[in-house]
Ligand binder design. Structure first.
Ligand code: FAD
Length: 462
């Protein structure tokens, strides 16, 4: 009997049959993420329903030398949740309880498999929110958000996921259940292992439960959509808006190609009449309407924008957000797309953008290159679809060369090769552009301490 058969036989004594799947469809679905370019190959998918079951599964996996891939909503874009070498996928989707909510402490206890949007919907009637928000929130899970230290569209105001997690329950490969930081706001008793786990992409421990910190829902939100003549104008607008509007909560950017892609994919008219080279979606919280209107007319008076609209109600605001949130989906639809998610210090953005735009023009003639992202955070997404007619192997080889050049430029700006999507498998080769050799050695030492046999999410991060 093979090790994997032995392992599954042991598990089947404690789990019910519907918690272990070997069905080919399930194996393919759960071994893949949204990056969708690696070939999935899993041996089994297991669906634990409690922290104790996760502990039992990991202990047995360790005893039988079985590699485990923790799996959330599989919306990741760097292959972190991909099983490609016959690993066993551990799906957290059934540990998805939400609550209780503590109104005094402003906390919410959830299972790692709770869907991000469901958490928002649970908090809303209480006038509260978990301010981790982005286009994949309808499928991503809190455990995945924490494991990737997800960013999103309101990092500008609220920061990354790590600001919004008070405590974690997590299980290490030896089957030990840990409670990191409980529900304490203040706890200076040595290393903060909760923070170490946040962003560790399932390589150190499996997160099963979290105590989330909540924020009051803003009393009001105003959303604007602008067209501008170029990227440097977007940065000037950002500088101006940041000074004038202290409650700026989102400053998102898309280039002309990205807006065209959304307009054509979703058959929507452009939200502004005057076309631009670059578009900005801006959101401001808790600001009187009259103040926002005055701000808008000042932008036109000072020629800071070519055109712009302000949503008059929540429905119009949601409509404007679709132009930004639909960008990735519209480009990915049916295409093989090479993706980058890079960041540089905000002050360097204009120069960085102009350098790489020119570089792409010269090195990839005939390719469509889409730029969009969270520019208020210095974070740009670059999507390059495979041109029709180009062989996949040639596309991959061109992208490899192109990446090498991009990362060299990025290193010159002290930037990051992965601003928010993590390293996973797909950015592992590039880690050294953003982290020193000594840092990567420290990573490996930490990994060995948590998972000495190297069985948890092997081949990811470092
Ligand atoms: C259209 C679109 C838009 C996106 N926009 C953004 C954005 O604005 N900002 C952003 O940061 N990301 C964005 N993403 C990427 C992605 O949605 C996030 O990284 C998200 O946090 C991943 O959550 P998930 O549950 O899908 O995790 P998965 O993809 O399932 O897993 C991601 C990683 O976390 C690990 N993991 C998952 N669950 C656990 C757990 N319980 N314990 C331990 N490890 C675990 C996995 O092994 C893997 O390494 C976007 C993706 C798409 C498709």
């Amino acid at each position: 009997m093979k090790l994997i058969d032995n392992f599954l036989a042991v598990l089947s004594q404690s789990l019910s049959p519907h918690q272990i799947s070997l069905a080919p469809d399930t194996l393919t679905t759960y071994a893949q993420d949204w990056s969708n370019i690696l070939t999935p190959k899993a041996s089994a998918v297991i669906f634990p329903e409690s922290t104790e079951q996760v502990a039992m599964i990991l202990k047995e996996a360790s005893n039988h030398a079985i590699s485990i891939v923790p799996s959330g909503g599989r919306t990741g874009l760097s292959g972190g949740a991909v099983a490609q070498n016959g690993e066993v996928v551990l799906s957290l989707e059934r540990i998805n309880f939400i609550g209780p909510l503590q109104e005094t402490a402003l906390t919410l206890k959830v299972g790692a498999g709770a869907i991000t949007q469901a958490v928002h919907e649970h908090c809303e009637p209480n006038g509260l929110t978990w301010p981790v928000d982005f286009a994949s929130k309808g499928s991503s899970q809190v455990g995945g958000n924490i494991a990737t230290n997800a960013g999103g569209v309101r990092v500008l105001r609220y920061g990354n996921t790590r600001n919004w997690v008070l405590g974690l329950t997590a299980v290490t490969m030896d089957g030990t259940i840990h409670h990191f930081n409980g529900e304490l706001e203040k706890n200076n008793t040595g290393f903060d292992l909760r923070q170490l786990l946040i962003g560790s992409e399932g390589t150190l421990a499996v997160i099963t439960e979290a105590t989330l910190k909540l924020a009051p829902l803003p009393r009001s939100k105003l959303v604007f959509f602008f067209s501008l003549d170029g990227f440097s104008s977007a940065i000037s607008l950002f500088t101006h808006a940041r000074k004038k509007m202290p409650n700026l909560s989102a400053f998102e950017c898309l280039d002309r190609a990205s807006l065209d892609s959304v307009v054509s994919h979703f058959s929507k008219p452009s939200p502004v009449k005057t076309p631009g080279e670059v578009y900005v979606l801006m959101e401001i919280e808790n600001t009187p309407f009259e103040e926002a209107e005055a701000f808008l007319s000042e932008l036109f008076d000072k020629n800071l924008v070519l055109d712009g609209v302000m949503a008059q109600n929540d429905r119009e605001a949601a409509h404007l957000w679709q132009y930004r949130e639909g960008v990735a989906e519209s480009i990915l639809a049916g295409n093989r797309v090479h993706q980058e998610d890079v960041s540089v210090p905000v002050a360097c953005l204009t120069e960085f953008y102009s350098v790489i735009q020119e570089r792409y023009r010269q090195s990839l003639p005939g390719f469509k290159v889409f730029f969009f992202g969270h520019i208020g955070d210095g974070n740009l997404h670059i999507f390059i679809p495979k041109p029709a007619g180009l062989e996949t192997a040639e596309f991959i080889s061109k992208m490899k060369k192109s990446d090498e050049e991009l990362f060299q430029v990025l290193a010159g700006f002290s930037g990051s090769v992965s601003a928010e999507h993590g390293i996973g498998i797909l950015k592992r080769h590039a880690l050294h552009f953003s982290r020193s050799t000594a840092e990567i050695e420290l990573f490996r030492g930490i990994k060995r301490t948590f998972d000495p046999k190297g069985l948890l999410n092997p081949g990811k991060v470092c």
